[in-house]
Write a protein that binds this ligand. Structure first.
Ligand code: UDP
Length: 260
């Protein structure tokens, strides 16, 4: 394929150098093959988590695509002189994938995000309705909040397999969602692409609000999220730790021919 660029390695973690358009081109290729392809939406928090979680790091290495979802990765890649072409945010990709599913007739299943309380629809159901109103031909194979707890695994597999889903969004947050997909790779025979989408469905439904475009363009979406969701501060310490680790790694490997 023309767009098969080299992937970049940041702190022993892979990131694929793809644009949004190339991601959609690869989606077509993945969906034409009969096995499940795993996609991860990598950001600096993933990279830092992978430093101490070997199982997670292995999952990232085994994934079919690790998207550059995080401005920190794009900035670091420039500094490492192996620039990533652009950021590919999972929260935007979900719309493009839903649209592609509608065009191609692929059945989409939304797993995870908060369940409804009482009779109210859950986030995944609400997001499914929003996608369907935007893309009327979209076939929603199913939605289910469930839990990444292994005790629920078999019941969730049955739901998805009975639905005949071909594309699967998993919203359990990283690394739980990515571990969920990895451990079930062989148990979902109809699914050809499964992607961990974090809080994307919260953005689709308006439960969380993305930063204005100008803030995104300044590379400050992470700061907006920290202000809106201050309880994330401890997790977001991963960002300065990431910057420090990249700088130290680069300086330390200068004599050895650079990182990557
Ligand atoms: N979530 C869930 N079950 C869990 C943990 C998380 O459904 O056990 C959902 C949560 O409701 C949210 C999504 O996973 O919609 C992403 O969570 P978070 O914001 O922590 O992830 P991030 O976007 O930072 O990866």
């Amino acid at each position: 394929m023309k767009d098969e660029r080299q992937s970049l390695t940041i702190l022993n973690t892979p990131v694929h150098a793809v644009t949004m358009a190339e991601t959609l081109a690869r989606t077509q290729k993945f969906m034409a093959e009969s096995r499940l392809h795993q996609i991860c939406t990598t950001n600096p928090e993933f990279v830092m988590a992978a430093q101490t979680d070997d199982a997670f790091r292995q999952i990232l290495w085994q994934a079919d695509l690790c998207l550059p979802d995080g401005i920190g990765l794009v900035v670091a890649s420039r500094w490492l002189k192996k620039p990533l072409p652009e950021r590919v945010p999972g929260s935007e990709l979900v719309y493009h994938l839903a649209e592609l599913c509608a065009q191609e007739g692929w059945r989409l299943f939304l797993l995870g995000a908060a369940p409804g309380i009482g009779d109210a629809p859950g986030i995944a159901e609400e997001a499914a309705a929003i996608f369907q109103s935007r893309y009327p031909d979209l076939i929603i194979a199913g939605t289910y909040a469930g839990s990444p707890d292994p005790a629920e695994n078999e019941a969730i597999l049955k739901r998805i397999n009975d639905s005949g889903a071909e594309m699967l969004f998993v919203a359990y947050g990283a690394p739980k969602q990515d571990k969920w997909i990895a451990r079930n790779r062989e148990a979902l025979p109809t699914v050809r692409m499964a992607i961990g989408i974090g809080g994307s469905l919260d953005f689709v439904t308006g439960k969380s609000i993305r930063a204005p475009r100008w803030v995104q363009n300044l590379g400050l979406e992470w700061l907006h999220r920290l202000i809106k969701e201050p309880w994330r501060w401890r997790r977001m310490l991963a960002l300065p730790r990431f910057v420090l680790a990249v700088v130290v790694g680069k300086l330390g490997s200068r004599g050895a021919g650079g990182q990557g």
